[in-house]
Ligand binder design. Structure first.
Ligand code: FAD
Ligand code: MLT
Ligand code: ZN
Length: 454
């Protein structure tokens, strides 16, 4: 059966695009953090939607499961194989199509990376509402599949809000296309929104039509020191209330800044560490740095500040925040717990979570950072065995106790599957299972992700 399937996949995608050699498969079989890895039957790299459809039909006929994969930057283990599945890489679907400069919409193949989309639309005066540090590898298909968030959610929403149309291959190989170019279209269920955040478990996205936002060149970034997270949230609330141009509001702590400075070889932002760092960015058609300075001047919580409006200065300040992920990864294999709390409970969570982790596993090393404006903290923990989930368990229970959710923007994948019942009711889970069963009756699309293997 295996040999027959491999031959069929070669006939569909071409010999060069069916990878069976372990060295060639390797980068598709391990996730970005190195915490999750598995063996694939093969990696297949179809070059068109029709080829994706034929690949899925062939796998269905052979009873082989499929793991869709984009840039493999996902952080919950959902993009890598777990037990001899076919990894279906969408990266060759990298064409950027119809670009409507009047309405600000573009159609991107699922394999288009965020940075190539950003470059493509820049000349027309447009930008994309979602931005992530993984922009050079993360694909538009993967970003919709995870409903990725990133640093601009406070202004433009997460990936789901950018989706205007889609093309996807269903578990039986059928192709659904909804690329209407219409602002309004209430004709039945909104399948595109259902696929956003479905993590490859309901269908395989092959193209997406996305909305664009105006390119705003006049930007000001302020990096501030405050005593504690509560002060950071006060700053964010003040800026949010006064300046609609607020585009990012991030928080991080000395533990992460130390790591970033060491890893990147840069100096500390201020002479001494504050208790908490907050970074805000405003963007508009005109320079609003004076207005931002005025609002910040009225914030009693601010102890240190640095501002920049030129590109190099802004990048220098952003580096302290954006380089957290790579600095942590360079230090070891982290457990990455991306959680969200009601904003009113975020400071309490942050004040308790380090103690919770220490009580669960002595010597575990937490590093927190995240999207303060969204109530979203990334609790990274170093010093744990990849399979030791005692600290994960303790953190997720604290999140549930405080009314939060175990996944803010990274998804459930396989990393959070055992805890999904903490923040979703039995009825809710049953409804989701019914949808999965209806669209993928044989459970061939990304089995083991979101729901346990049956
Ligand atoms: P992959 O990792 O390949 O896949 C992710 C999931 O989507 C898997 O379950 C996979 O099966 C499924 N999938 C992929 N493509 C398709 C498709 N075409 N059809 C159906 N299913 C598919 N995430 C954030 O939300 N915010 C951030 O700020 C952020 N920053 C990051 C920074 C760094 C340095 C890194 C490494 C990651 C970051 N991420 C962030 C996580 C990651 O980049 C996002 O989850 C991204 O959306 C994944 O895209 P991808 O193409 O790499 O998908
Ligand atoms: C981020 O906000 O930088 C990302 O979500 C990546 C991470 O959590 O490491
Ligand atoms: Zn994030």
């Amino acid at each position: 059966m295996t040999a027959a399937l491999l031959n069929e996949l070669r006939a569909i995608a071409g010999d060069a695009h069916v990878l069976t050699d372990p060295d060639l498969r390797a980068s598709y079989e391990t996730d970005w953090t190195r915490r999750y890895q598995g063996r694939a039957l093969c990696v297949v790299r179809p070059g068109s939607t029709e080829e994706v459809s034929r690949v899925v039909r062939a796998c269905a006929a052979a009873g082989a499961a499929v793991v869709p994969q984009g840039g493999n930057t996902g952080l919950v283990g959902g993009s890598v194989p777990r037990g001899r599945e076919v990894v279906l890489s969408l990266r060759r679907l990298a064409t950027i199509g119809d670009f409507d400069t009047v309405s600000g919409e573009v159609t991107a193949g699922a394999g288009v990376t965020l940075s190539s989309l950003q470059q493509h639309i820049r000349e027309g005066g447009w930008a994309f509402g979602v931005d992530l540090a993984s922009r050079d590898s993360a694909t538009i298909g993967g970003m919709v599949a995870t409903n990725a968030g990133g640093i601009r959610v406070i202004r433009y929403g997460a990936m789901r809000r950018q989706v205007l149309g889609f093309e996807a291959v269903l578990a039986d190989g059928g192709i659904v296309r909804r690329m209407p170019g219409l602002v309004k279209d209430n004709t039945g269920y909104d399948l595109g929104q259902l696929l956003a955040g479905s993590e490859g478990t309901l269908a395989i996205l092959t193209a997406v039509r996305v909305r664009l936002v105006p390119q705003l060149e006049r930007r000001t970034v302020a990096l501030l020191g405050v005593r504690e997270l509560a002060g950071a949230l006060e700053v964010v609330a003040a800026v949010r209330g006064e300046l609609p141009s607020l585009e990012a509001a991030e928080a991080f702590f000395p533990e992460g800044v130390e790591l970033v400075c060491r890893h990147a070889g840069i100096g500390l932002p201020f002479a001494t560490h504050p208790g908490c760092y907050v970074l805000v960015e405003c963007a508009g058609r005109r320079d609003e740095s004076a207005e931002l300075a005025e609002v910040l001047g009225g914030c009693a919580a601010v102890e240190n500040s640095a501002m920049a409006s030129d590109a190099a200065g802004r990048a220098r300040l952003w580096a302290y925040r954006e380089r957290h992920t790579e600095a942590i990864n360079a230090e070891g294999i982290p457990h990455k717990l991306d959680v969200t709390l009601p904003l009113a409970r975020l400071a309490e969570f942050e004040a308790r979570v380090r103690g919770t982790i220490a009580a669960a596993v002595a010597g575990a090393r937490p590093i927190l950072f995240g999207h303060a404006g969204d109530g979203n903290l990334h609790v990274n923990i170093l010093g744990l065995d990849p399979d030791d989930d005692r600290a994960d368990d303790a953190v997720f229970r604290l999140v549930a106790e405080l009314g939060g959710s175990i996944s803010a923007e990274h998804g459930v994948g396989i990393a959070k599957l055992p805890w999904i019942g903490l923040t979703r009711s039995a009825e809710d889970l049953a409804a989701m299972r019914a949808i999965k069963k209806a669209l993928d009756p044989r459970g061939m699309l990304n089995p083991g992700v979101i729901f346990p293997l049956e």
